[in-house]
Design a protein around this ligand. Structure first.
Ligand code: ADP
Length: 346
């Protein structure tokens, strides 16, 4: 039954630093309680009926646990897992081996599913709905299309951009879950859990401090803990205290809110270059010499959620809170009250 995880894209043993830290079972996961409760019902029901779990779509910013869910679900179902990414599925032929190799009820995880081209997406439709694929055998005038039945499987798609998925693809997912940011207490629990896995001695206040400065994101919390551990090891006696944490994070330019230099660069560009906005994302990305995807996936969700930037139909704008945080004088203007209102109500 449960078979070794097949990871595409060349991640051999020891190459994925997150693999060992990832919770193995859903019970070990911290937070996301409502998502877990709904998934549990669907998993238990599918197991009881002896069916494949319905297709699952997970969306949310990077580092919130989409891959972790995708690796835990097959363990709960006691089935195999194949992993790939939308970025490397360029044509239907790239997808065929995964579909034809899928064991009964096993899971196929496609990360970044919004990146699959239309032609691959359309190929997925019949595979997801009827468990059938068309394959072409032979070449030239001898080429024939064959209908091939595949074993019922579960597709788990992960995306940071559910808005980029077409309606027909989204509708084929029976279970759709959005992963939100984690609370500080949940992140503290994750930091303590990771510290014990890494055998790092850490004081509770220090774990709180790392959690507070980790932008609601487990991956960031784990990465910051690793940095603070290294710092404690080389600059102190190895014990992660609050003073050590403050010094280590200051060295990375991570401030009390968890903002890093890229976040501040983004906000300062809006303020200094575009006079507080509104400014379009393309113009911002060009000016900062960074990619639009990085800004949209990794910078903006945190800043938007915390009111450091607002999005209006005319573009991104700094808020009074941003000027205050960066200790810059706010302009005389009304800081686009109207835009703030519009962004609140769509
Ligand atoms: P995503 O696929 O959404 O980018 P991952 O699933 O790779 O995020 O999660 C990043 C890291 O954060 C994982 O290695 C894992 O250690 C940690 N993590 C994520 N979600 C949780 C959770 N709910 N509980 C504990 N650790 C988590």
């Amino acid at each position: 039954m449960a078979r070794e995880t097949v990871i595409d894209g060349g991640s051999g043993p020891g190459e994925d630093p997150e693999r060992d830290l990832r919770p193995k079972r859903i019970d070990e996961m911290v937070g996301q309680q409502q998502v877990i409760a709904r998934l549990r019902i669907a998993i238990d029901a599918a197991r009881e009926r002896g069916d494949a779990l319905g297709h699952v779509l997970l969306d949310g910013p990077p580092g919130l646990g989409k891959t972790t869910f995708a690796t835990c679900i097959p363990r709960e179902m006691d089935v195999g897992l194949q992993m790939t990414s939308g970025a490397i599925l360029k044509a239907p032929r790239d997808l065929v081996p995964y579909l034809t190799n899928a064991d009964e009820h096993s899971v196929l995880f496609i990360d970044e599913i919004h990146r699959i081209p239309k032609i691959v997406e359309e190929y997925l439709y019949t595979a997801m709905e009827d468990f059938r694929v068309d394959i072409i055998l032979g070449e030239g005038i001898n080429a024939r299309t064959h209908n091939l039945w595949i074993k019922p499987f579960t597709l788990i798609g992960a995306t940071t951009r559910s808005g980029m998925l077409s309606g027909p693809l989204r509708d084929r997912f029976l279970i759709r879950e959005h992963l939100g940011f984690y609370s500080e207490s949940e992140l503290t629990e994750i930091v303590l859990r990771t510290a014990s896995q890494l055998k790092v001695e850490i004081l509770e206040h220090a774990a709180d401090e790392i959690a507070r400065r980790s932008r609601g994101t487990p991956r960031i919390a784990n990465n910051r803990l690793r940095w603070v551990r290294d710092y404690a090891q080389t600059k102190a006696d190895g014990i992660v205290t609050q003073d050590v944490t403050n010094a280590a994070l200051a060295m990375l330019g991570i401030d009390v809110t968890g903002m890093d230099p890229l976040d501040r660069d983004y906000l300062k560009t809006i303020i200094h270059v575009f006079e507080g906005g509104p400014v379009g994302i393309e113009a911002l990305a060009h000016t900062m010499n960074t990619s639009k995807d990085t800004l949209e996936d990794e910078v903006e969700p945190f800043l938007l959620r915390n009111g450091f930037v607002v999005r209006s139909p005319r573009g991104r704008m700094a808020t009074a809170k941003t000027y205050e945080h960066l200790q810059l004088p706010a302009p005389e203007s009304e800081l686009a009250d109207g835009d703030e209102q519009r962004s609140l109500f769509g």
